[in-house]
Write a protein that binds this ligand. Structure first.
Ligand SMILES: C[S@@+](CC[C@H](N)C(=O)[O-])C[C@H]1O[C@@H](n2cnc3c(N)ncnc32)[C@H](O)[C@@H]1O
Length: 191
């Protein structure tokens, strides 16, 4: 049976006005439980103290300078326990919602997050693929274990059937804009 201790923290980073029960709600504005600018380091949590992180429409706002973005990834790795889960929700990079907000500074994709998987880094090195082996470079290791796509209202106008064919949605969205509204990804921390 899993036990919860004082160090099994759950963080809702960039919480805005949506404060969740059971989580430490963190933001640089407003009245969160912890007021912290996530682009300044170190973050105020101990090594291996966190079992879950939520970043709901937040990561695309962070780390315009890639050095800062990579530091954020390293801080998440440092504070998370082995097996911790990080749930990331972002607007799809080919939806107008991504472009509408001037504080969106970074595209976040499942492939972009897979660059932090040491398993894939080693595979790509063996295959002589050009993908940056960021997991090995930064000494972090995350696996993307779940990915969900939310179709937009435009998709349902074109395809009103209630069952969404995700393979078709993904292949169409490589050619056309505004078909997927948001992507949700879950990372598992490997230590
Ligand atoms: C689009 S809102 C999402 C808020 C909330 N997660 C939600 O789903 O309603 C983005 C949030 O990220 C916060 N944020 C942006 N940059 C930040 C930073 N450097 N440090 C901490 N919070 C930040 C903003 O203040 C804002 O509350």
């Amino acid at each position: 049976m899993e036990t919860t201790s004082m160090t099994d923290l759950r963080l809702n980073l960039g919480c805005g006005e949506r404060h969740f029960e059971g989580y430490i709600n963190v933001d640089k504005y407003g009245n969160p439980d912890v007021k912290h600018d996530l682009e300044t380091f170190p973050w105020p949590w101990k090594d291996n103290s966190v079992i879950e992180i939520l970043l709901i429409h937040v990561l695309e706002h962070l780390g315009q300078d890639s050095k800062i973005y990579l530091n954020i990834i390293k801080e998440m790795y440092r504070i998370c326990q082995p097996g911790a889960k990080i749930r990331i929700v972002v607007p799809h990079h080919r939806h107008d919602f991504f472009f509408d907000d001037p504080t969106h500074v970074r595209v976040v994709t499942p492939m972009g997050l897979s660059l932090f998987s040491q398993r894939l880094n080693r595979k790509w090195i063996e295959e002589k693929a050009a993908n940056s082996p960021l997991g090995l470079y930064l000494n972090v290791d995350f696996e993307v274990i779940e990915t969900y796509y939310t179709p937009s209202s435009h998709w349902f106008t074109l395809h009103p059937e209630s069952e969404v064919d995700v393979g078709f949605l993904l292949s169409e969205s490589t050619y056309y804009n505004n078909l997927i509204e948001q992507i949700e990804m879950v990372l598992e921390v490997i230590k």
